[in-house]
Design a protein around this ligand. Structure first.
Ligand code: H2U
Ligand code: ZN
Length: 356
């Protein structure tokens, strides 16, 4: 294995790092961290959230936009999205047209996954057993839909700042007959790495991360959460199983319990970072449902939090990022250091500055 450069050699100078999962570069500008901030500061909403909201379309017993009523559910609850972006009836395939206007029909289904009947909770503040049930739900949905669809994107979009207007703890899934861009890039990159090096990209990266330790945020017997060497978002993390696992459905029950523990601890650190329920988009990537050996794939979850330097300063991927390539100021090592210094016990207590 060829080792990446030690971060210390470039820690305070502009440099680019390659994301080997996407094949794309990110520009790191650590010297800009101290630049004065005169941009937008969003007000952080502090209104108390009730345990049940009669206006919420996810709370038990309430009516949704479609007119359908949610059951009086006690644990997790799934329903087909009333405004699905993908539809099951469509016949997938290439559509005729000139080469510069290529299009294909796509078949799919979208669902909303309620994590809890409690309107006021977040994943980070749910009990280990409740989080384990969410893990079990993700796996059950994946098992069902992987029979029909090529890709099942499970994700959670959390927080007003991410455009998620409803605080009720929930995620979504979109399953489709085609593999979307991010899935396709990761498939190509991991396949090429296996072909060229006869080893698995994310297992090699994890081994190196564990030997260095500087970007590791939380670990337990089965899982590791770290700020990847190539992270684009300031406090981005990657959640990886220690052994090779192709898909969520391959997780053993001990690994599912242990994942609940890791998620609770990671999300508590996120909440403690700026003392607010932390906004993020997270989602799972595993081997697509395609013929052939998925030997190049390692299951992982991405957490992409948008916050930059406080609870109210959001990082926008605009300007150079839209036209050239993503850029970050704080290094992944410094971001991991901040997350390492926070408490991960006492979910939701927003305690700061404890030992890892
Ligand atoms: P967010 O995760 O962005 O909050 O989206 C929630 C989803 O819930 C959104 O995709 C769906 C929206 O289409 N929804 C329903 O299915 N029924 C409703 O009554 C309102 C919202
Ligand atoms: Zn991924």
């Amino acid at each position: 294995m060829i080792l990446p450069p030690t971060p210390s050699a470039i820690q305070d100078r502009p440099h680019r790092r390659l994301n080997p999962l996407s094949g794309e570069w990110v520009l790191v500008s650590p010297h800009r961290v101290e630049r004065p901030w005169q941009g937008k500061v969003d007000a952080v909403s502090a209104a108390p959230i009730p345990a049940y909201d009669p206006e919420c379309y996810l709370c038990p017993g309430n009516r949704r936009a479609s007119g359908l009523r949610n059951p009086d559910y006690r644990g997790v609850h799934v329903f087909d999205n009333d405004f699905s972006a993908l539809l099951p009836g469509t016949e997938p395939g290439d559509l005729a047209g000139p080469p510069y206007f290529r299009q294909e029909a796509v078949r799919g289904i979208c669902r909303v996954l309620c994590f809890s009947p409690r309107h006021d909770l977040t994943l980070s503040r749910m009990s280990l057993e409740e989080i384990r049930q969410v893990v079990e739900l993700w796996i059950a949905q994946m098992r069902e839909l992987m029979r029909t669809y090529r890709w099942v994107q499970i994700f959670e979009n959390r927080g007003e700042i991410m455009g998620c207007s409803n605080p009720h703890p929930h995620g979504q899934l979109w399953a489709s007959s085609s593999a979307p861009n991010e899935a396709a890039k990761e498939d190509v990159c991991q396949r090429r790495y296996l072909q060229e090096r006869e080893s698995v990209l994310l297992l090699d990266a994890l081994e190196f991360e564990l030997s260095q330790g500087c970007r590791v945020v939380v670990e337990n017997s089965h899982w590791v959460a770290l700020v990847p060497f190539w992270a684009e978002w300031p406090f981005e993390t990657l959640v990886l199983p220690r052994r090779q696992v192709h898909r969520l459905v391959d997780l053993e029950s001990a690994e599912q319990v242990s994942l609940a523990d890791l998620l609770q601890r990671l999300l508590t650190r996120y909440d403690n970072l700026f003392g607010v329920p932390f906004p993020y988009t997270m989602g799972w990537h595993g081997a697509p449902n395609e013929p052939g050996d998925p030997a190049h794939w390692q299951l992982h979850a991405h957490f992409y939090p948008p916050l930059l330097r406080s609870a109210s300063v959001k990082k926008f991927m605009v300007g150079y990022e839209m036209l050239a390539e993503p850029q970050r100021d704080i290094t992944p090592e410094a971001a991991a250091g901040r997350l390492q210094s926070l408490a991960d016990a006492g979910a939701g207590s927003f305690r700061k500055d404890a030992d890892r």
